[in-house]
Design a binder for this molecule. Structure first.
Ligand code: NAD
Length: 385
């Protein structure tokens, strides 16, 4: 069945990196027979300029009707002085809540070829492949009551509420158990059950839920220890599941282990596995328009989309392999460049990944066709492949 994909390039480097992701999708259509329709929409600053608001009704409708959404990034200097209620970022938050995207998947993968780019010792991080599942629409970021009040003695007091219903914990728990089933079947639930009653309930609910997933090994860890273990021995983890705020912090920490923000994709899913897929980085206004942004995080977001929303794990594997292949070929955008490798621009990196996908297809077909033609149509010179 033809899938509907909403494409929201956004601001800054968004349009540049999304263009490369679309090339990958076009390759899947042309060479792998993957049937989809793309419709583009405005979001963030681009939408503010055009329509006066960061999330136009047409974009919301397009996104609701789609099987999945690919998003570039939003924001930039130009819109920083606007009132916070109509800034570009509101477009993103609006989509998350309108589509009930409660499950945020943040993989942290370190390609062995980039081990030197991490701030940690290569032996600690090389081969790292973990997934953090963060609850995205509840917890202390949304809990009521919240605010800043003035006490009787005139002193101000700020307060927020950490609140989770059993059903919310169960919902994110299921998401995490199902992801663990598709990976190495180890799930670590992170909480602060020794201090916070709310996360005591979190732990009890996860334990109860684990009875339905006997093939997944569940463990529990306090968040302070989890932060320490992430930098001490991150490879012990397969999948981690945690609350909105703990996940916010731990996933940034895990991202840093891998060295470059330009390599990491993310997914935000709802109960129907409809998802929004985006790189974890922002719109990088400092390099926008220069053609040097790394498109790999966005291309890997397409891979996640195929795996988690569109049920096409084989096509996702192909993209992941192609990314690995170009790194093996020593091609690097500026953010991951090290001496001795070949520096390439955004478009060249996208073309190289498409060429590697075509080469993979040619290999798996037992060498039918002409690989040079494949490489040429992917935009690469023949000596690259
Ligand atoms: P950023 O992630 O945009 O950039 C941080 C640094 O990483 C910059 O030096 C940038 O050049 C670099 N970088 C980011 N992505 C890169 C890529 N693909 N290739 C090479 N280098 C890359 O974060 P920031 O500078 O704090 O924020 C810039 C704007 O993005 C702000 O308006 C912010 O609100 C917005 N933002 C948006 C999102 C989103 O759309 N999901 C997320 C974070 C920040």
């Amino acid at each position: 069945m033809t899938k509907k994909i909403a494409v929201l390039p956004g601001d800054g480097i968004g349009p540049e990196i999304v263009a490369e992701a679309v090339k990958v999708l076009e390759c899947l259509k042309r060479d792998y027979g993957f049937s989809f329709e793309i419709e583009e929409g405005l979001i963030g600053g681009a939408a503010i300029d055009e329509t006066g608001g960061p999330l136009p009704e047409s974009t919301l409708k397009l996104s609701k009707d789609a099987d999945a959404i690919i998003l570039g990034a939003v924001g930039g200097y130009k819109w920083e002085s606007l009132d916070i209620s109509i800034r570009p970022e509101k477009g993103l938050l609006g989509l998350r809540s309108e589509l009930s995207l409660f499950s945020n998947l943040r993989p942290a993968i370190l390609y062995p070829q980039l081990a030197a780019a991490s701030t940690l010792k290569p032996e600690v991080v090389s081969g790292l492949d973990l997934m953090i599942v963060r609850e995205l629409t509840g917890g202390i970021y949304f809990g009521q009551p919240r605010g800043v009040r003035t006490l009787d003695n005139g002193e101000k007091q700020g307060y927020n509420t950490l609140i989770y219903k059993e059903s919310e914990i169960e919902r994110i728990g299921r998401s995490a158990f199902e992801i663990a089933q598709k990976r190495n079947r180890k799930l670590c639930s992170v909480d602060k059950a020794n201090v916070l009653e709310c996360t005591e309930l979190w732990r009890e609910t996860m334990t109860e839920l684990s009875k339905e997933y006997p093939d997944v090994e569940l463990s529990h860890m306090y968040v302070d220890n989890a932060a320490m273990q992430l930098v001490r021995a991150p490879k012990q983890f397969d999948v981690m599941v945690t609350t909105n705020m703990f996940g916010d912090i731990l996933s940034d920490c895990a991202a840093m282990l891998t060295g470059s923000i330009g390599m990491l994709p993310s997914a935000s899913l709802n109960a129907q596995n409809q998802g929004m897929y985006e790189p974890i980085h922002g719109s990088a206004p400092d390099i926008a328009g220069k053609g040097i942004a790394n498109p790999i995080a966005t291309i890997l977001s397409v891979s996640m989309m195929l795996r988690y929303s569109l049920d096409e794990p084989g096509l996702a594997d192909n993209i992941d392999k192609a990314v690995n292949d170009v790194l093996d070929k020593n091609l690097r955008t500026a953010d991951i460049y090290t001496e001795g490798s070949k520096k390439v621009a955004t478009e060249e990196m996208g073309d190289a990944i498409v060429a590697a996908m075509k080469k993979n297809m040619w290999d798996s077909a037992g060498g039918i066709g002409n690989p040079e033609e494949c490489a040429r149509s992917g935009g690469m010179s023949n000596d690259e492949y």
